[in-house]
Design a protein around this ligand. Sequence first.
Ligand code: HEM
Ligand code: HEM
Length: 126
Amino acid sequence: MTGLASRFFASALIYAVLGMTLGLVMGMTEDHAQMPTHAHMLVVGWVSFALFGFFYHLFPAAAKSRLAAAHFWLAEASLLIMLAGLVQIFMGRTEAGQPFAAAGSTGLLASMILFAIVAWPSVRRA
Ligand code: HEM
Ligand code: HEM
């Protein structure tokens, strides 16, 4: 695995470790307030980013486009921003967290649309 594929997969590994650590802390403290943060860190950060890594590994031509690079940076930045919002919202700092959650989730959706545009031709060819 090289290039964009390995960068997506490496970030997925980091989110897996961070997300499971948060889950463990939630379990040990019996405070599940950050459950949505934990859930999205793992289902988006670990599962979805790992899938992107595998996709770009299987379709290296798609990984070379500028749109694919834009997908990577927008997805990575948006997830960080969305998580920064979720942490604050579920700490009780709703007003501080909302702009981050709104910007991050909008960016994440935009990044998914970019990915659909990048991936669609490969899927049709396959
Ligand atoms: C060390 C491993 C893990 C621990 C200790 C852990 C712990 C937890 C805890 C304490 C909750 C809150 C449950 C509740 O309040 O109802 C939770 C929810 C959740 N976890 Fe984990 N988790 C782990 C791994 C994972 C992984 C690997 C994923 C996904 C790939 C995941 C996805 C979720 C989701 C989606 C929820 C929300 C479930 C719901 O909506 O009811 N977790 N986890
Ligand atoms: C634009 C990005 C997204 C937004 C704005 C969003 C928003 C939300 C909201 C508002 C909830 C309900 C939380 C609650 O009731 O406390 C939720 C739950 C959930 N979402 Fe997302 N989501 C996004 C992306 C995703 C993606 C890509 C996945 C899967 C790959 C996912 C999986 C889940 C799961 C498993 C739950 C249930 C766990 C929980 O309640 O925290 N979400 N999401």
